[in-house]
Ligand binder design. Structure first.
Ligand SMILES: Cc1cc2nc3c(=O)[nH]c(=O)nc-3n(C[C@H](O)[C@H](O)[C@H](O)COP(=O)(O)OP(=O)(O)OC[C@H]3O[C@@H](n4cnc5c(N)ncnc54)[C@H](O)[C@@H]3O)c2cc1C
Length: 466
């Protein structure tokens, strides 16, 4: 077992990050496939190259798992939690400046910390995702000015690869911060472990909590439902804040090529817009157990807690693992640039409750399902099995997987036929079947609604007084 990247690719568990390509000097080719996902091609590679790539691929059995990697990277005195990994501090936070927070996904903390790292001369550039000029909507890029960091904000739910960008900066003598979802951070950490040049250059790792990644079809399918066909898309904004709703009430927007105005809709009103439906989720995400980017120096999430959801402008949950970043945030708070409230670890985990159900409980069941049907599965930190999973939850887990897999083919055929109806007609019954399994009980919905109303009233009251 020294080349398990071949199994990762053959079993559709590649996330397309590009780590294999960088580690083998282009031996592994990473390409954008017909269903809108970056994927690795490892055909024809020599065993030695495959062995190197397998140390870097986040899904290969030879790569270090997140727990072992974090133990090697961080101060052993840090607190540990099985759900969120190692941590120095846990908090809810946001940037105070109104315009800044409104133009960010959540509380604007990710771009703010990236900006401070640059301004304080701790890095020369930030490697992150931003709008693309060519045939893709988003791509990895390097920002070397504050203006660029501010221009490329918000969450981009879109398949990307860092291969080209890392190859372009490798050996340029500059220092960088890397921003990425958990598996991408882990892949770059593994790369740095075997590549002294990148190790010297990438100084800080900023993680984004991740529910799952999306193929390019996610943006395209929602844009098409708003009347903009895939080839006519100019720009997409997944996170337009809505002052008339809480922070969960953000909108999806699309601007056709040559148009000035966005067409917008709540994603919840579009087929596939609910995150729980997992449409266009790469299969690799079915085998991920890292929610709080456990190998990153700091990780940012949406503050999905009733108290913070009441404020439409958004807040982040932040988990730090690095002293310098802790200090940057603490200085931001004392100088009045940031609002920061300490948060209990339980609250940090609770904000991602659905994510844990999908990634930990769901993963155990999916691993077991696949093992029983004789399929290869990657080595994970959870133990395969169904113990403690109710029949109803098992139904949700399996239905979601089916829904997710079906979305790719249905949309591909719809695109080929130039007929969106093909996708919609195929998806609607699958979503209805999923919803029958997943709908929370009346009591659960009522409690959730009461909590949100309480914090909404409290927020209005607070606003009236200030
Ligand atoms: C695929 C994906 C899934 C996510 N799932 C969840 C979830 O389930 N729960 C949750 O709480 N949060 C999730 N997030 C994180 C959340 O959407 C916000 O990105 C996060 O809260 C940071 O908000 P912010 O206001 O601090 O970011 P901003 O200040 O707006 O800055 C965002 C920064 O992230 C970078 N960025 C955006 N997209 C990507 C990307 N795909 N890869 C690398 N860098 C990127 C931008 O370049 C920018 O630097 C997800 C993010 C992504 C990209």
């Amino acid at each position: 077992m020294t080349e398990s990247i071949s199994k990762v690719v053959a079993n559709d568990c590649c996330i397309g990050c590009g780590g294999c390509g960088v580690s083998t000097g282009g031996g592994a080719k990473v390409f954008f496939n017909e269903i809108g996902l970056f994927q690795a091609d490892v055909h024809g590679m020599e065993p030695d190259s495959l062995a190197i790539a397998s140390q870097v691929c986040p899904w290969a059995d030879e790569s270090e798992d997140e727990t072992a990697m974090a133990a090697r990277l961080f101060d052993p005195a840090l607190a540990k939690d099985e759900r969120i990994g190692m941590y120095r501090s846990t908090m809810a936070a946001r940037v105070v400046e109104q315009e800044r927070v409104e133009g960010s996904s959540s509380g604007g903390m990710t771009s703010w910390v990236a900006q401070r790292l640059l301004e304080e001369g701790l890095v020369d550039g930030v490697i992150h995702v931003g709008g693309a000029a060519g045939d893709k909507l988003f791509e990895y890029r390097v920002s070397t000015t504050v203006d660029e960091i501010i221009t490329h904000r918000k969450s981009m739910y879109y398949s990307v690869s860092f291969a080209e960008v890392l190859e372009s900066i490798r050996g340029d003598g500059r220092r960088y911060a890397f921003v990425g979802i958990p598996c991408f951070v882990k892949a770059v950490r593994s790369l740095a472990e075997i590549d002294a040049t990148l190790q010297e250059q990438i100084i800080y790792y900023l993680g984004l909590v991740c529910g799952h990644l999306k193929s390019s079809a996610y943006a395209e399918s929602m844009a098409w439902q708003l009347g903009v066909e895939p080839d006519a898309i100019g720009q997409v904004d997944f996170r337009i804040k809505n002052p008339k709703a809480g922070s969960r009430g953000y909108q999806f927007g699309v601007r056709a090529i040559g148009e000035d105005n966005y067409k917008t809709s709540s994603p919840m009103e579009l087929v596939g817009g609910s995150w729980g439906h997992s449409v266009f989720q790469p299969n690799a995400c079915n085998f991920c157990d890292d929610i709080y980017a456990e190998t990153a120096d700091v990780v940012f999430a949406d503050a999905w807690l009733p108290k913070y959801e009441a404020d439409w402008r958004g807040h982040n949950i932040v988990v730090t693992r690095n002293e310098v970043i802790d200090e940057i945030i603490s200085n931001g708070f004392t100088s009045g640039l940031l609002e920061v409230e300490p948060l209990e670890v339980d609250a940090v985990a609770k904000a991602q409750a659905g994510n844990y159900r999908h990634r930990r409980l769901g993963l155990r069941a999916r691993l077991m399902d696949d093992i029983k049907s004789g399929r290869w599965v990657p080595r994970k930190r959870v133990i395969p099995g169904y113990a403690g999973i109710t029949r109803q939850r098992l139904g949700v887990i399996r239905q979601r997987r089916q829904l997710s897999a079906a979305s790719f083919g249905l949309f591909q055929t719809a695109k080929e036929a130039g007929n969106l109806e093909h996708y919609l007609k195929g998806m609607i019954p699958l979503i209805a079947a999923y919803d029958r399994w997943s709908k929370p009980s009346y009591a659960k919905r009522a409690v959730g609604k009461a909590k949100r109303s309480f914090w909404l009233i409290a927020a209005k009251h607070q606003k009236g007084r200030s």
